[in-house]
Design a protein around this ligand. Structure first.
Ligand code: ADP
Ligand code: MG
Length: 699
């Protein structure tokens, strides 16, 4: 019988993986590299997908986007090289359907296996390719002579762990499951909460997910809505909620500098601005000022659509710190964005004799030593930079306010790292700014530790962006249009995106688009920015574009946040069907910043899936970030894997804030109740899911 202590299940975090048969030091190390330290970590290493090996689908009956198992004979093999090595294997089945299997990573030995005539059984998700359907990197097996038997279960597919083959990993997880305690000892959720939602015990849920019975609801499992998955999602969401709330409670028990100046500097800034603040900016600034006047740390998130004018509010907050003889820091997720902030803040604050200092990763050697000195002595009153600000060795003289832009790019723990830059007896106030509007329920989950305010009004005089969707075949018309716009002195962006979003591949695609457009538009000066360039090169190009020396800027999504060139009034987004609503909206926000009528052209590859069509329609219909966010939540149903990267909310093991949104009200209520009635259980839940330092460090 497992031991129990104080009514709380024994903390299974205590059982190290090395206690498992077959796990030696080298294996333990590989597991630890992925944050897997305890038996429980393995139990919670859940399949990312299930492959239904119990049936074969005729190739002709395949549907794009629907995973299936097929079998066929190798007809032709082609090795090629486009942006990188590629292997294409055409197979056909008895009903004369043909399908291409495509590989980008492969060994010579694999190529040899695909001898013409060899029988292959492959499992994957077919997509439209150049010549009919294709599967990219399917899992496959070459069948032996006379081999026919089908699998008799749903095969769990686990997230890979480097250095441990899939078969081995499965065996390990099997061994770990043998040590699963009985249901009662494992359970942390109150029975009535589970009963109300008709959810299984944790033990039952884990067993179902690792070893789905033959008659399990495959579709539910594959889409993540099986009761066993919901059961785990509920507990995981609860763990995050509890952890954020406790961080907030802990933080607010610490002191902060009460900033109670008269706002002299802010008044001088206002007078120097060529515009008046909007009502929404005034309201949010008043909230921030009130927070800052308290002797406990402000923890505030400011949401505001792209172009709503968050930066100036941040500048005003920074001035309140400066007026009190303290420092403020502004951290942005990319160098490009940080540099824009630097330029803005310098233009606004230096005339007020405020010293603004720059600190990014690329600042090295003497310049870095000088910057660090200024930060440490307090000479630097406002410090702007990237995550380099949080590094060790960066010591502030007296940091009273940390401003973090585009929060969703940083993890919660990164945000907390800046907090540690305060003086020992006070933590900095935190102001977090994001342009990703998040529906209220989600905000409550993602930012349970923050107060939320919204700049829900755009500065006057903006002309809304007209958005159209255009099939890729109509590119020539578009090029014509760009030529005309540039001839009229307008500027345009051409944004390249790809399905495969490794930096390198996207950079290459941007490069070839750049070359093609240079040929097609000889009269237009064209620039190129992508993530693989040196910062100096990127910045020089951005500057040239901003100064109007370039008519057209070909870019990857590096320009997604923060870029501000009011004269740019046309944007083309390639492969728009591949992007999520939030990201498209962000990108589009780069135009419509000046007085000229702006447009955004969403280029898509036909045929469009129903989901993609709705996304594009939504963008055509509205410019309202909050409306788009609601739609995003509603649309991002199962199967559309556009999730966390764009919303960038906490990295969950299995919960999905969009898919599991209906659980959130219950999660919030449960969190209240546990914090009140059973703090010990709350602790155990947090430890189980959010875990120790190891997970934080690697997340
Ligand atoms: P975001 O909220 O996307 O960060 P910015 O702070 O970059 O927006 O502001 C976008 C542009 O609008 C900037 O050029 C800024 O100077 C300008 N701006 C900010 N507030 C106002 C205002 N109240 N009236 C007019 N222009 C404004
Ligand atoms: Mg901004």
């Amino acid at each position: 019988m497992p031991k129990r202590s104080g009514g709380v299940a024994v903390d299974l975090n205590q059982q190290p993986l090395a206690s498992l048969r077959g796990v030696g030091p080298s294996m333990a190390e590989k597991l630890a590299a992925r944050g897997l330290l305890t038996l429980q970590d393995l139990w919670l290493h859940l399949p990312r997908q299930y492959e239904d090996r119990t049936a074969l689908t005729a190739i002709r009956a395949l549907q794009p986007g629907v995973a299936a198992q097929v079998e066929g004979k190798v007809e032709a093999v082609e090795r090629g090289f486009r942006y990188r090595p590629m292997l294409r294997v055409a197979i056909s089945d008895e009903a004369r359907g043909t399908l291409v299997l495509r590989f980008f990573h492969f060994r010579a030995q694999q190529v040899a296996q695909f001898a013409p005539g060899a029988r292959v059984r492959a499992y994957g998700t077919p997509r439209p390719g150049q010549h009919g359907l294709e599967m990219v990197h399917p899992s496959y097996r070459i069948l032996g002579e006379g081999e026919h038997a089908l699998g008799d279960a749903l095969d769990p597919v686990y997230p890979e762990i480097e250095g441990i083959g899939p078969a081995n990993l499965r065996k390990l997880i099997g061994l770990a499951l043998e040590r699963l305690p009985d249901a009662e000892a494992l359970e942390l959720l109150p029975a009535d909460a589970r009963a109300a939602l008709r959810l299984p015990s944790l033990r039952e849920a884990l067993l179902t997910l690792h070893r789905p019975p033959r008659d399990a609801d495959v579709v539910a499992l594959q889409t993540g809505v099986h009761p066993a998955q919901r059961r785990l999602a509920l507990e995981e969401l609860l763990a995050h909620q509890l952890s954020l709330r406790r961080q907030r409670i802990a933080l607010q028990q610490q002191g902060a500098r009460a900033l109670r100046g008269k706002g002299r500097l802010v008044e001088r800034l206002r007078k120097s601005l060529p515009f008046a603040l909007t009502g929404a900016q005034e309201r949010v600034y008043a909230q921030v000022r009130e927070d800052l006047s308290q002797p406990k740390p402000m923890l505030r998130l400011v949401q505001g659509d792209v172009g709503s004018g968050k930066t100036v509010v941040a500048a005003m907050a920074a001035l309140l710190a400066v007026e009190a003889d303290k420092q403020a820091a502004l951290m942005a997720p990319t160098e490009l964005l940080a540099e824009q902030h630097l330029n803005n803040l310098k233009a606004w604050l230096e005339p007020l004799d405020v010293r603004v200092c720059w600190l990014a990763g690329k600042v090295t050697g003497r310049a870095r030593a000088k910057a660090l000195d200024e930060v440490a002595s307090g000479e630097a009153q406002v410090v702007v930079g990237t995550h380099a600000l949080m590094q060790e060795g960066v010591a502030f003289h007296d940091l009273a306010l940390a401003i973090i832009d585009e929060q969703h790019r940083f993890g919660v723990h990164q945000r907390l790292a800046l907090r540690d830059k305060g003086q020992h007896d006070a933590v900095p106030h935190q102001l977090v700014m994001t342009a990703t509007p998040i529906p209220r329920t989600l905000a409550m989950s993602a930012y349970a530790d923050l107060d939320v305010s919204a700049i829900d009004e755009l500065p006057p005089g903006r002309t809304p962006v007209t958005t159209i969707a255009l099939a890729a075949e109509r590119r020539p018309e578009l090029i014509e249009r760009i030529s005309k716009a540039c001839a009229e002195g307008r500027q345009a962006y051409w944004v390249c995106t790809l399905i495969d979003d490794s930096d390198e591949v996207v950079a290459q695609a941007a490069q070839s688009t750049f070359e093609a457009l240079t040929l097609a538009l000889p009269e237009v000066r064209i620039g190129l920015v992508h993530g693989r360039q040196k910062a100096a090169e990127k910045q020089a190009t951005m500057r040239a574009f901003k100064q109007g020396e370039l008519g057209l800027l070909v870019a990857t999504t590096v320009i997604e946040v923060g870029v501000d060139v009011p004269n740019a009034s046309l944007m083309v987004i390639e492969n728009a069907e591949r992007l999520g609503l939030a990201q498209l909206h962000q990108l589009r926000g780069r135009v419509g910043r000046g007085s000229a009528a702006s447009s955004c052209v969403l280029l898509y590859q036909s045929p469009l899936s129903a989901m993609a069509r709705e996304r594009l329609d939504t963008l055509r219909r509205t410019n309202d970030g909050f409306e788009i966010a609601e739609k995003d939540l509603q649309l991002r149903g199962p199967g559309e894997l556009l999730g966390t990267r764009q919303t960038g909310l906490a990295a969950f093991r299995l919960a999905d804030l969009a898919r599991d949104a209906d659980l959130l009200p219950r999660v919030h209520a449960l969190a209240d109740r546990l914090l009140q009635e059973s703090p010990g259980v709350a602790d155990a839940i947090v430890r189980r899911w959010v875990g120790g330092a190891a997970r934080y460090a690697s997340a």
